[in-house]
Ligand binder design. Structure first.
Ligand SMILES: NC(=O)c1ccc[n+]([C@@H]2O[C@H](COP(=O)([O-])OP(=O)(O)OC[C@H]3O[C@@H](n4cnc5c(N)ncnc54)[C@H](OP(=O)(O)O)[C@@H]3O)[C@@H](O)[C@H]2O)c1
Length: 314
C-alpha cells in the first residue's frame, strides 16, 4: 500500500514512518508518475487543477485523500469518485494562523492603519486619525472593546479566535447551522440573522465554500447591518454577493470590508474592490501554513488502517 505525500510543504516524514503503507513524495504541479499511480492514499496541498483532475482519472486504487486545506474546494471539484474515495479536510491545521490574521484585519479596520498608510504614501499627516479622540463613539467601529462581533461560521477557526476577541473586550456571538452554546459563546442558526445583524459592529465570515453557503451574505442581509459595521471575510469568497457588497461600500451603507478571500483569485484587475472606500484587500493570506499536519495524517492513517471513522470527513 502506497501513501503519496506532497513536496509542496516541509513535512516531517520520519514522524509518519512505522505504518504499513510505504511513503512516496510527489510533485503537486505535475501528473502522478506511472509507478505511483496505484497508490491508495493521497495527501494533497496546493495541487494544481491539472494534477488533481489527472489523478481523479488515473488513480484507480485511490481510497482516501487527506487534504491539508480546511476548505478543499480544489479536491472536491476535481472529479474524484465520491462513492469509493473518502476525502478528509485539514480543518484544525489553520486555526491559529487564520485567527491571528482575522484579529489583525479587525484591528486594522478599527484603528484604520489602512488609511494611515494611504496618507503616508502621499507624504501627508492624517491629523484626523491622531491626537485626542472620542472614546468608543456610538455609530463607529473604532475599537474591539465593547464591540459586538458576530462570527458567521462558528467552527474550529472561530473557536481559536474567540479568546483574543474577548481578551480585548469584545462581545462575541456566533452563527452556525444549529443553535446552542459553544465554547461559552451563544451560537444561533441563520433564522436569527435578522435580529443579530442590526446589532453587529463587525461581522466576521468564516464559512466554507459550498452550494449551501453561496452568496449567503446578500444585499438583503447587508442592508440589515448598521452603517458603521465592518465585514471581514476569511472563509470563502463565494459566500458573499460581491456586487452587493461593493454597492454597499460605495453607498456608505456599511463601514468597510476587510477581505482575504474572493470569488475569483487573484482578484481581477477590474474588480471594484480595488477602489471601493474603506476596503482592505488581503491576498488569501490568512492560512497557507498548515500547522501540525503530521499529527493529523498519522492519526487518520492509524484510523484508516484500523477501519475506523476518519477525522474531518467531508
Ligand atoms: N483565508 C484562508 O486562508 C483560510 C484558511 C483556512 C480556512 N479557510 C476557510 O475557513 C473555512 C472554515 O474553516 P474551519 O476550520 O473553521 O471549518 P469548520 O470547523 O468546519 O467550521 C465551519 C463552520 O461553518 C458552519 N457552516 C457550514 N455550512 C454552513 C451553512 N450552510 N450555514 C451556516 N453555517 C455553516 C459550520 O456550522 P456547524 O458547526 O453548525 O456545522 C461550522 O460552524 C474553511 O472551510 C475554509 O474555506 C480560509
Amino acid at each position: 500500500m502506497k501513501l503519496l505525500y506532497p513536496t509542496s510543504l516541509d513535512l516531517d516524514i520520519d514522524s509518519l514512518k512505522g505504518f504499513a503503507p510505504t511513503l512516496h513524495p510527489y510533485d503537486v504541479k505535475k501528473p502522478i508518475p506511472d509507478d505511483l499511480i496505484d497508490a491508495e492514499i493521497l495527501v494533497a496541498w496546493t495541487n494544481s487543477p491539472d494534477n488533481l483532475s489527472d489523478a481523479a482519472k488515473r488513480m484507480k486504487n485511490l481510497k482516501w485523500i487527506q487534504s491539508l486545506a480546511a476548505g478543499p474546494n480544489d479536491v472536491l471539484n476535481a472529479g474524484f469518485d465520491a462513492k469509493s474515495i473518502k476525502i478528509t479536510t485539514g480543518s484544525g491545521l489553520h486555526d491559529h494562523t487564520v485567527a491571528e490574521h482575522t484579529l489583525a484585519l479587525l484591528l486594522n479596520a478599527a484603528r484604520r492603519f489602512f488609511e494611515m498608510r494611504d496618507y503616508q504614501l502621499q507624504g501627508k499627516w492624517p491629523a484626523h486619525l491622531g491626537g485626542p479622540q472620542p472614546d468608543r463613539p456610538k455609530g463607529r467601529f473604532t475599537t474591539l472593546r465593547d464591540a459586538r462581533v458576530l462570527i458567521w461560521g462558528f467552527g474550529n477557526i472561530a473557536k481559536s479566535l474567540v479568546p483574543s476577541l474577548r481578551g480585548l473586550g469584545a462581545e462575541v456571538k456566533g452563527v452556525a447551522r444549529s443553535t446552542g452554546v459553544r465554547n461559552g459563546v451563544e451560537v444561533y442558526n441563520e433564522d436569527h440573522l435578522k435580529d443579530l445583524l442590526p446589532e453587529t459592529d463587525a461581522l466576521v465570515m468564516i464559512l466554507p465554500g459550498s452550494e449551501g453557503t453561496k452568496h449567503v451574505l446578500n444585499k438583503e442581509r447587508l442592508g440589515l447591518l448598521p452603517n458603521h459595521a465592518w465585514v471581514v471575510n476569511v472563509g470563502r469568497g463565494t459566500t458573499v454577493d460581491e456586487e452587493a457588497l461593493a454597492d454597499a461600500l460605495e453607498k456608505g451603507e456599511i463601514g468597510g470590508a476587510a477581505l482575504d478571500v474572493f470569488e475569483k483569485e487573484p482578484l481581477p484587475e477590474d474588480s471594484r474592490f480595488w477602489k471601493t472606500p474603506n476596503t482592505i484587500v488581503s491576498p488569501h493570506a490568512a492560512g497557507g501554513r498548515p500547522q501540525g499536519s503530521e499529527i493529523l495524517i498519522a492519526d487518520n492513517l492509524r484510523k484508516f488502517l484500523a477501519g475506523q471513522e476518519l477525522k474531518n470527513v467531508i
